[in-house]
Design a protein around this ligand. Structure first.
Ligand SMILES: *Cc1c(COP(=O)(O)O)cnc(C)c1O
Length: 514
């Protein structure tokens, strides 16, 4: 009899011994490599079957349907069997998982992933290197450093550049704002009253910037109104005249602009702020320019469109999300800085981990540059992707989705059923259905309804956003396997759902029932 399932601490000694030897069989080591092979192969087989069978991106499952299944599982009573656990996993998750590889997944910035990166993911978690110190990572630290150097080289940040892998664009932006805050504080003379100095700091971004900038300001203890948003032009790009005016106003009001956050690939519109002009303003005013290229970083490897990022090389810091436009599994992101020395603002020497004497002896570590301690070797995925496929192949995949978005835009622009918003230089298309004769409220409702009905059917997933207060639909195209026919089909579905909704509502209004 095994002690599995007994309350902790109540098992007789021999049972505990038996249980512990069984438990040891699950540890990954030289004695268990056959089990490792077998168990992982079973998992791989499930995924292979799931992917092959997925005839739509989603089943349309609701939280109400899944909550009882997940809640019913007793986490103190293990199944003890891999296949049984995989069956259960299927029921609570995999059966209804959203498949980002499916050509009609058109919603958010989640990408289909490349196989070399999946290999990297499997390898890095089995070895379990941790990227905080040399003695837990060895070559992995050097590989991450090479990838940072490579990416910074693509950006054009120059010889003093450095950076670190992070968990995502949110963390990269947070760390960028931490460094900018500390530099602004230092440049202001490191006033004795630190909280008064921090209260004066401002960050300027555009109205289409990412919300993680606001979150970073909050986490960094800045004033609640520390983030100022500058209006965008018709192309949803930050207006430089408005930026200059905002900087002037801050100065007159005794505030200190610690950073301008430009966006290279806005989440909603896929638009790119005018980086050269913003760099001119930041240079002239001595303000830290951060470029949030979480989405647009795919252009760094594009064989045809790298010029769209011109000006990024003048940034003080840059966010890149390999898990958005490099076809990498979550998570893989990096923060890059022009002057590697600023990373010292993230340094803290702990005797047990990274004593100053180790740094003095020139032993490389990454924890001194990171706001994390234990940290995944996510760079392994990007490394294997570059070594197996190469950067041009990744860039070509990104180019394909950018081309596809241009085709989708033309399709929508020519279709009287739809109104299309800003044209994106990346892979986003924002639009809405215009049911004939419908009033503005009804147009909003019809588009919302179409999106929900489409998701409920699972036939396709599209995103939603508001443009100047009006509800719109959004395609974020990241799958080179999506065809223009897929998009045309989805547009027909949207027009059907929205059109039917508008007709039904109009009929209700003209002859109200009870
Ligand atoms: C997605 C995104 C982020 C946040 O990145 P995560 O990896 O989701 O944390 C930040 N900025 C922009 C422009 C983004 O598109």
């Amino acid at each position: 009899m095994s002690s599995i399932g007994s309350p902790p601490g109540t098992a007789p000694a021999d049972d505990a011994e038996h249980g512990s030897s069984a438990a040891r069989g699950h540890l990954f080591n030289a004695a268990t490599v056959e089990r490792y092979r077998d168990v992982l192969a079973r998992g791989v087989e499930r995924i292979a079957r799931g992917v092959r069978r997925a005839d739509r991106p989603f089943t349309g499952v609701t939280p109400a349907a899944l909550i009882p299944l997940v809640d019913a599982i007793d986490l103190d009573r293990p199944l003890g069997d891999t296949d049984a656990a995989l069956d259960e996993l299927h029921d609570v998750w995999l059966r209804d998982a959203v498949w980002f590889h499916h050509p009609r997944y058109l919603a958010h910035l989640n990408c289909p992933v490349v196989i070399p990166a999946l290999l990297g993911e499997a390898v890095l978690s089995a070895v379990n290197s941790s990227l905080d110190t040399w003695d837990q990572s060895v070559g992995a630290t050097l590989m991450e450093r090479r990838l940072i150097e490579w990416t910074a080289g693509r950006v054009g940040l120059g010889a003093t550049a450095d950076g670190v892998f992070t968990s995502g664009g949110t963390q990269s932006n947070l760390q960028a704002m931490l460094l900018a805050r500390e530099e602004a504080y230092r440049r202001a003379g490191g006033a004795d009253d630190r909280s008064a100095a921090l209260a004066r700091l401002r960050i300027i971004t555009s109205a289409a910037g990412h919300f993680s900038v606001q979150k970073a300001a909050k986490l960094l203890g800045l004033a609640s109104d520390a983030v100022l948003t500058v209006p965008t032009d018709a192309g949803r790009r930050m207006r430089t005249d408005e930026l200059a005016r905002t900087i002037d106003r801050c100065r007159r009001d005794g505030q200190v602009v610690m950073a301008v956050v430009a966006t290279a690939g806005t989440t909603d519109f896929g638009t790119i702020d005018p980086l050269p002009e913003l760099a001119d303003i930041c240079t002239a005013t001595g303000i830290w320019m951060h470029v949030d290229a979480a989405y647009g970083c795919g252009l760094l490897v594009s064989p045809t469109r790298r010029h769209l990022l011109d000006g990024i090389e003048r940034a003080a810091s840059v966010t890149v999300d390999y898990h958005k436009s490099f076809f990498q599994p979550v998570s893989a992101s990096a923060l890059l800085v022009r002057d590697g020395r600023v990373l010292r603002h993230a340094t803290w020497h702990a005797d047990y981990l990274n004593p100053a004497r180790a740094a003095e002896r020139g032993i490389p570590n990454q924890v001194d540059k990171s706001i994390q301690t234990t940290r995944r070797f996510d760079a392994c995925k990007v490394w294997l992707t570059l070594r197996i496929m190469g950067p041009d192949a990744i860039g070509a995949l990104f180019d394909q989705v950018v081309d596809l978005a241009a085709q989708a835009w033309r399709l929508l622009d020519a279709d009287p059923r739809f109104e299309v918003a800003t044209r994106s230089p990346l892979s986003t298309v924002v639009f809405r259905h215009l049911p004939p004769g419908a009033d503005p409220d009804l147009i909003d409702e019809a588009n919302l309804h179409a999106r929900e009905t489409l998701a409920g059917s699972g036939e396709a997933l599209v995103a939603g956003t508001t443009v100047d207060g009006a509800h719109h639909l959004k395609l974020t195209l990241l799958n080179p396997e999506t065809t223009v026919e897929d998009i045309a089909h989805v547009l027909d579905l949207i027009a059907d759902h929205a059109g039917r909704y508008a007709r039904d509502r109009a009929a209700e209004l003209s002859c109200p029932v009870g």
